[in-house]
Write a protein that binds this ligand. Structure first.
Ligand code: FAD
Length: 463
């Protein structure tokens, strides 16, 4: 019996099958409940992951790798009773940092916030910040190729992974835990697992590239007459400050108004609301540069030209955190507001405002009074283009039509229907609508080559 074998292998803390023990693993951040699996395996070592996979393969039982359950596309829980969840949460060790190599080795279950804390006194950072960093794990972040706020500057997760350790669907272990930037020994296997969403293997460990921690920051929130002004001023800031720009986020009025209403501790720094906002952060490792003064000059020029209507610069770390909190709490604010219909898409940066405007007109025609919450990463064109219901109303059962209209526009603008959250089970069918037959077939062939029996996370990326 599989259950008995797993309990013997993993012990009472490593194998959970009682309903009250399994329940916490069945709900993700969005509140999705799932089919109850046979149980939850929580191995504490790579060898135990490999042994668990071999037992499941022999019993023909599906494995769903699970990290911090913050994924937003339903890839992190089972859809079939004949399955187990394999949680990496006990593999949460951060190895001692090797400063000369600018890298750190971690277990897949390390939570991103835990890694940030471990790096606190090292003058090094992992430049990945996102709203879910208190729960999202390194394995999940790699498996979804997470982006976050600084992706345009430092890259996505795939750009931070130097080495990987992966348990393959037959239980074999691939140890690719190298600490090298240059490693052209054939196909870039580590890259293949970035964004593979638990389909090609189970990530158990990683070597991550670190960056020198900036010594100084200047963080500003700007109010602008419209979103196009935010696009233009974002470009100005990038041309002015170059690689010193490490954060550039835009927010529309509705998204911020909802967050302010729902989350009491948020502090709005202006007297009156504006149609659009831009949050920018510049940073430098070079001592002696007065970044706040540089930012003041740039903002003063923007105000004088009428590109900005108002602006504030954080004067200390508390104020800086408060400005970022306004951005980070937008998804939570919208979630608390009630039913929503969300889209993680990207378009070329220069077309962000045009895209938001045409989509908003489409949506208003379908559901009069619908509230558009648009925010995201101005540096890379990633828009979280979400709807909340009309005040006191509903979507009139038009969610599918609304999403279809958004995705059709994404295609028209040459964008991506899945920018940073991946496909999961929610968007695999959608991706098939827009990707070419050859692209889909290449992905299917990869899946078959790595995971021929379809034991790992079926239904995700390619069905
Ligand atoms: C408030 C909020 C803000 C967010 N902001 C961002 C953002 O700015 N940028 C961004 O990119 N994402 C963002 N996300 C999405 C989410 O945080 C990321 O997708 C994250 O990478 C998921 O990590 P996780 O550990 O929670 O993985 P889970 O949700 O548990 O799993 C996600 C997928 O990865 C697979 N997986 C998990 N661990 C492993 C492993 N060890 N090996 C193989 N496969 C595995 C799962 O099977 C699943 O398919 C946000 C989410 C929330 C809730």
């Amino acid at each position: 019996m599989l259950e008995t074998s797993l309990r013997t292998l993993l012990g009472p803390t490593g194998w959970l099958s009682e309903p009250e023990d399994v329940e916490p693993f069945l709900v993700d951040w969005s509140g999705h409940c799932c089919v109850r699996p046979i149980g939850v395996a929580r191995p504490a070592s790579t060898a135990d992951v490999a042994a668990t996979v071999k037992l499941c393969a022999r019993a023909d039982v599906v494995i769903i790798p699970q990290g911090g359950r913050t994924g937003l596309v339903a890839g992190n829980f089972p859809h079939d009773r004949n399955s187990i969840i394999l949680s990496l949460s006990r593999m949460n060790k951060v190895e001692p940092i090797t400063p000369g190599d600018f890298c750190v080795s971690v277990g897949a279950g390390v939570v991103l916030g835990q890694l940030h804390a471990a790096l606190n006194d090292t003058d090094l950072i992992l430049p990945l910040h996102l709203g879910s960093e208190g729960s999202a794990q390194i394995g999940g972040l790699i498996a979804t190729n997470a982006g976050g706020n600084m992706a345009f500057r430092y890259g996505m997760m795939q750009d931070m992974v130097l080495g990987l350790e992966v348990v393959l669907p037959d239980g074999e272990i691939w140890n690719g835990m190298r600490r090298l930037i240059k490693d052209n020994c054939g196909f870039q296997l580590r890259r293949l697992f970035c964004g593979s969403e638990g389909r090609l293997g189970i990530i158990t460990g990683a070597v991550l590239k670190l960056q020198p921690a900036p010594r100084s920051h200047a963080t500003a929130l700007m109010a602008l007459p419209d979103l196009q002004a935010a696009v233009v001023f974002g470009e100005t800031l990038r041309r002015t400050f170059g690689e010193a720009v490490i954060g550039l986020e835009f927010i529309n009025d509705t998204a911020l108004a909802i967050a302010l209403q729902q989350i009491g501790e948020l502090k709005f720094p202006f007297d009156v609301p504006a149609p659009a906002y831009l949050l920018a952060e510049i940073a430098s490792t070079i001592p002696g540069i007065d970044l706040v003064a540089e930012m003041e000059n740039a903002l003063a020029a923007g105000l004088q030209r009428g590109q900005l209507t108002n602006a504030v610069i954080a004067q200390n770390n508390t104020q800086r955190a408060a400005l970022w909190k306004l951005r980070d709490e937008l998804p939570e604010g919208q979630r608390r507001e009630g039913p929503q219909c969300h889209h993680d898409v990207s378009v070329p940066v220069s077309q962000i405002a045009e895209f938001v405007n045409v989509c908003s007109a489409d949506a208003e025609a379908l559901v009069p009074g619908i509230r558009v919450c648009a925010f995201g990463h101005m540096g890379d064109g990633n828009i979280h283009y979400n709807f909340s219901t009309p005040a006191g109303g509903n979507f009139d059962d038009k969610e599918e039509e609304l999403s279809a209209a958004v995705y059709a526009r994404v295609d028209e603008f040459g964008g991506s229907v899945a920018a940073e959250h991946g496909l999961g089970r929610l968007k695999t069918g959608l991706a098939d609508t827009y990707r070419s037959a050859s692209e889909r077939d290449l992905m299917r062939r990869l899946r078959v080559a790595f995971n021929p029996t379809d034991i790992l996370n079926p239904g995700v990326i390619v069905d």
